[in-house]
Design a protein around this ligand. Structure first.
Ligand code: ADP
Ligand code: MG
Length: 316
């Protein structure tokens, strides 16, 4: 199968048709229209075989997750997803692998109304780069720099599930299907993010671990925070692992959660909880923004927890 047959078969008609796509896959460039009054939110992520996923990972999961991580970034700004582009580097043009990969990618594209509008296909060690494009009303994106002393700190979903699944896989142990799904098929919190526009003062998606990612909010906002560890939302499996070995790095620093962490003043908390209930997306208040700097984690008895590393860092 030639490069062009492959693109035509699996990528030329991926995701729903959109009126804002003048021209999609097939020419030298895509031609796209950003609606008036909106800013274009753009983010790019690369997933490398052996670093971000096992080389023998289900290709549908790789396709799904390579788009999910970008959607999580759009969610964290409050943006509405619109388009994606895909740079695919493959060791060989295996049509079965590509069909499954594109099916995983298409599943998420269709779920969020995203059209694949272009990309690049090359031969080499397996790696996937996805750029996502979304819209946000001009001037109203939720950034990392808006947290203020007294704001409450919230997180969506549960923390540490993907980290626990990865730990089991690395140890060659069996992984429960629901835990494995959290690693391979994370749910980007797109609806929650969009609805937090005008409510959240600062927001970030948790890709490297809560401690590291919340610390980015604190640095950008020039504030500190106190976390109450007893409040962290944990699945029964992660709660059990933490209870067994006091391993707080699992929910705080293992990464790949793709939940949202956001701050808002206490008077907006009721509205946020209401919103979460309507969307069917659990949120949980886990701490408070304080003057000063840095993250302080308190155990149930009030004593401080010292973390030796905040989160995943490719270059450390
Ligand atoms: P050019 O050589 O002009 O850069 P290419 O041959 O790389 O064009 O690509 C031809 C068309 O197919 C372009 O519209 C490009 O955006 C699209 N394309 C190539 N690879 C992919 C891919 N993996 N996913 C989506 N579109 C792709
Ligand atoms: Mg090209």
């Amino acid at each position: 199968m030639s490069e062009f047959d492959l693109i035509r078969s699996y990528f030329a008609n991926l995701g729903p048709c959109r009126l804002d796509v003048g021209l999609g896959v097939g020419d030298d460039c895509a031609l796209l229209d950003v609606p008036e009054g909106r800013s274009l939110a753009v983010s790019m992520d690369t997933l490398v075989a052996g670093t971000h996923f096992f080389s023998d990972c289900d290709p549908a999961a790789i396709g799904y997750k390579s788009l999910a991580v970008g959607l999580s970034d759009l969610a964290a700004m409050g943006a509405e997803p619109a388009w994606s582009t895909l740079a695919l580097t493959l060791p060989s043009p295996d049509p079965v692998w590509i069909r499954e990969f594109s099916a995983g990618y298409a599943r998420l594209s269709n779920a969020y109304g995203i059209r694949l509008v272009g990309g690049d296909t090359t031969r080499g060690p397996l790696s996937v780069t996805v750029q996502v494009h979304g819209f946000v009303p001009s001037g109203s994106a939720v950034r990392r720099c808006g947290a203020r002393s007294g704001d409450l700190v919230f997180v969506s979903g549960t923390l540490g599930d993907a980290g626990l699944a990865l730990r089991h896989l690395l140890a060659g142990e069996a992984v429960e299907p629901d835990l494995r799904r959290r690693l391979e098929y994370p749910t980007p919190r797109v609806e929650l993010g969009r609805h937090l526009l005008g409510l959240a003062t600062a927001m970030i998606d948790i890709s490297d671990g809560l401690a590291a990612d919340l610390s980015h909010i604190l640095a950008a906002s020039r504030v500190g925070a106190e976390l109450d560890l007893a409040r962290l939302p944990l699945s029964p499996q992660v709660a059990e692992a933490v209870a067994a070995s006091d391993d707080w790095a699992l929910p705080l620093a293992s990464g790949d959660d793709y939940e949202l962490c956001f701050c808002l003043p206490p008077e907006r908390a009721i509205q946020a909880r209401e919103l979460a209930r309507e969307l069917g997306c659990p949120v949980c208040q886990i701490g408070v923004i304080r003057p000063g700097s840095g993250l302080e984690c308190r155990l149930a008895d009030g004593s401080p927890l010292m973390l030796d590393r905040l989160g995943y860092d490719h270059f450390r």
